[in-house]
Every structure is written in structure tokens, then in C-alpha cells.
Design a protein around this ligand. Structure first.
Ligand code: GLV
Ligand code: MG
Length: 306
């Protein structure tokens, strides 16, 4: 949500989303960036953000705005702020700079040191090349976010439609980028989040692009419009069928490895052989399903004879 728009700052509070980020960067015109800092502080401290992760995106470190963005927002609303998002991160020192500044502000105003997290956007070639060290650069880091619009500009991709395949390329032009971000995120136990889809009236297009990163393992995607929210929640949550199946695998494997199941390391669930690796896969799907609020529609029954 642009931090310069009172209307959007109010609207954001009622949306069924996991996170809201209030923007001081590219959705905020240069002339209003300074006043937007104060509008954001007011919105965070007086609004009802319950159930949502509250994040502010500051300007990137090639501008002169970043330090005042961080100081104004964190001094003013640090106790209710979950993360600061740093865009166009190019190397680990930029994240460390933000970590140190946050620590100084927390100490100055008496906030618990280290509670405020950092989200790093990967939006250019240098950021992607350095993404492994960026992902390991600070214990505050929670999330790596792909920024397709800036990224496409940074590498001169021959397309103006953000997130869509560039015409003339026969495969997925984003596979390498997404995988590289995902590997860095998983190596450091961080969330991997896909960026925006700008054709806000084309929900089918949004879904198609979202399915690509969801299939690889990304945890979620930005939405720019309320019309994209349901699609995002659906695409990044498991289907009911997969959720039920995952819970069944967990039960069946727990039973098989118990005394009642004969301490077996592998077992049959219907026609499917399951083992410890199946349990790990099932844990991911079951965890996402539980987080999305799904309930089981099937239950496990131990086989009579093993
Ligand atoms: C988001 O910031 C993007 O550049 O896509
Ligand atoms: Mg960007």
C-alpha cells in the first residue's frame, strides 16, 4: 500500500491477507516521501492491524532517503512494526547496515533489541548473484522477496509485462531466478516470496504466474489489489485433497514406526509406500494446510494385520 495514501492505508486493515507492507519506495512519489513517513507512523500506531504482519518498505540504499525512512518509522512505530523491507538489496553489507541501524534505534528508544525483522528484495543482477551471502547476512532476516519489475529492467529483459514470459523465449525465463532465490532462502531457513503482478484486472494471469512459484516451493506472493487476494490464498495453500493425504501419511508413518506398527521404517498407505522422506514431504503440506486453516476430512485407521 502506498504510504502516501490515507485511503489505502485504511483499506489495507480490512483485507484477508497475512501481511501488509506500507510503502515508502516506488509506490510513493518523491515529493511526498517525507510526509508519507509520518502518515505511515500514524497508520501503524492508530490502526487495527491484528492478525497481520506489519511491514514498511523503505527506500533503497542508492537514495538519500533510506536512513530517515528507517529512523522516522522505527522511532515512531517500532513497537508495532514486524519488519522493515529493504528493496534492491545488492550485497550483504546493505542488510548489515540496516541491522545495525535498527539495533541503535531499538537501544535508543527502549525496544527489545533484535525483534524487528528484515525482508530483503532481490531486484537486480547483483542482488541475485549475491543472494546466498545476503540470505545469511543477519539473524533479523526473515524473508527474501523477488522483485520482478525492477529485475526485468535490471537485466534488460525484452518485455514490459511484469512476471509474464518475454515473447520469443521457448521456456520459463524466471526458473533460474526463482530457484536461485529459493535455494538461498531455504539454506538459511527464510521465507521465499514472489513479487507483484501488475495486470491487476487479469486474475487468471495472476494465478498462472503464482502457480509457477508456488509449484517450486515459494511461500506466497504480493497482491496489489483486493481482487488478487483470494487467488493468492488459494494458490499458495494446499488443496483439501493434498492436505488430507499429508495428514494421513503423518498418521500412517507414526503408527508404522511405533510398537503397535512393529517399529517399521516404511509402510504402505493404500498402494503407496511411505518412509521418513514421505513424512518430511507431508509435514510441509500439512503445515501449510494447518496455517491456512484447513480441517481434515479423513482419518487414519490402523490396519488390522501388519
Ligand atoms: C517490486 O518491487 C518489483 O520491482 O517487482
Ligand atoms: Mg521493485
Amino acid at each position: 500500500m502506498p504510504g502516501s495514501s490515507q485511503r489505502f492505508l485504511e483499506k489495507a486493515q480490512g483485507l484477508p491477507v497475512d501481511q501488509v507492507f506500507l510503502d515508502l519506495e516506488d509506490a510513493c512519489a518523491p515529493a511526498v516521501k517525507e510526509s508519507a513517513r509520518h502518515q505511515i507512523v500514524k497508520a501503524i500506531t492508530t490502526g487495527d492491524w491484528s492478525g497481520k504482519t506489519v511491514v514498511v518498505r523503505v527506500n533503497d540504499l542508492t537514495t538519500h532517503w533510506t536512513y530517515r525512512d528507517v529512523i522516522t518509522v522505527v522511532e515512531g512505530a517500532g513497537d508495532r512494526l514486524d519488519c522493515v523491507m529493504l528493496p534492491k538489496v545488492q550485497d550483504a553489507t546493505q542488510v548489515r547496515w540496516l541491522d545495525l541501524l535498527l539495533t541503535q534505534i531499538e537501544k535508543t528508544v527502549g525496544l527489545p533489541v533484535g525483534r524487528i525483522g528484515i525482508e530483503a528484495q532481490i531486484e537486480n543482477a547483483k542482488g541475485l548473484v549475491n543472494v546466498d551471502e545476503i540470505a545469511g547476512s543477519s539473524p533479523r532476516l526473515e524473508t527474501i522477496v523477488f522483485g520482478p519489475a525492477d529485475f526485468m529492467a535490471s537485466i534488460n529483459m525484452k518485455s514490459l509485462v511484469v512476471g509474464e514470459q518475454p515473447p520469443g523465449y521457448p521456456a520459463d525465463a524466471y526458473h533460474y531466478i526463482l530457484m536461485r532465490i529459493l535455494m538461498a532462502a531455504r539454506t538459511h531457513d527464510l521465507q521465499a516470496i514472489d513479487g507483484p503482478y501488475l495486470q491487476i484486472r487479469d486474475v487468471a494471469g495472476f494465478e498462472e504466474v503464482a502457480r509457477r512459484s508456488a509449484a517450486l516451493g515459494f511461500d506466497g506472493k504480493w497482491v496489489l489489489h483486493p481482487g488478487q487476494v483470494d487467488a493468492a490464498n488459494a494458490v499458495y495453500s494446499p488443496s483439501q485433497e493434498d492436505y488430507d493425504h499429508a495428514e494421513l501419511i503423518l498418521d500412517a508413518y507414526a503408527w508404522a514406526t511405533s510398537a503397535a506398527g512393529g517399529f517399521k521404517g516404511s509402510a504402505m498407505l493404500g498402494d503407496e509406500m511411505i518412509d521418513e522422506a514421505s513424512r518430511k514431504m507431508a509435514l510441509v503440506i500439512a503445515g501449510k494446510g494447518r496455517a491456512a486453516g484447513l480441517s481434515r476430512t479423513t482419518s487414519f485407521t490402523a490396519p488390522e494385520e501388519s
